[in-house]
Design a protein around this ligand. Sequence first.
Ligand SMILES: Nc1nc2c(ncn2[C@@H]2O[C@H](COP(=O)(O)OP(=O)(O)OP(=O)(O)O)[C@@H](O)[C@H]2O)c(=O)[nH]1
Ligand SMILES: [Mg+2]
Length: 231
Amino acid sequence: MMKKPDLKVVLLGDMNVGKTSLLHRYMERKFQESVSTVGGAFYLKQLGPYNISIWDTAGREQFHGLGSMYCRSASAIILTYDVGHKQSLLELEERFLGLTDTANSDCLFFVVGNKVDLTDGSEGEGEEESKSERPRTSSTSKVRKQVDIEDAHALYKRIMKYRLVDDSCAPVAEKMCFETSAKTGHNVDDLFESVFNMVIPLILKKRANGPDDTINLAQSNTEKQSKSGCC
Ligand SMILES: Nc1nc2c(ncn2[C@@H]2O[C@H](COP(=O)(O)OP(=O)(O)OP(=O)(O)O)[C@@H](O)[C@H]2O)c(=O)[nH]1
Ligand SMILES: [Mg+2]
């Protein structure tokens, strides 16, 4: 019988930003044209003695309602945008952040700008206007970089505020924001390894708190309220 996953990691973000491609690059070590995800897909990653489930969600508006269900009891959420498409970053805050209310109170947040291969060396030298219609393709034609890593850091800080996480307790933005390319593999291992390294202490904490998830959550909430600091 399959062992129950120790915890859950969820990829969220607009359609076409490359969530499936990132996961595929990490798990299968390759890049191939993917089709837009329907509903969601689930992968299991064995990490030493631990089992981690990774949920790839659909960015399409029509599946939006499923998002908060997928985020339920999540230990880490990877919010993904496309560095060549500013709107995909804005959508994270407008459309996706609210879905994470169902995640664990100690859930970690990562902010990931994908498709850097398309913007390599093109900062500031691209056209003024960028096309709002993006073809569903991994074509090699370069586009202007529309989102800087500092924008991701700023979003991360707003997410911590939204989650009511004290600044002094939250991992620093520089550690939680990545720029990746599922196509070249740039930073993809770094991203997932950081996620896994940071969730392992959460597994240990969860185990120490007992096997029942419901009690667990209640316990960790009261713990959080009764403690003056959390780190
Ligand atoms: N050049 C380039 N293309 C990419 C990259 N990542 C994904 N793509 C392409 O972008 C398109 C969308 O990628 P997906 O991984 O399907 O995007 P998604 O976020 O899973 O989209 P939904 O499932 O609809 O939410 C595909 O044509 C990919 O081949 C990347 O890093 N670089
Ligand atoms: Mg997908």
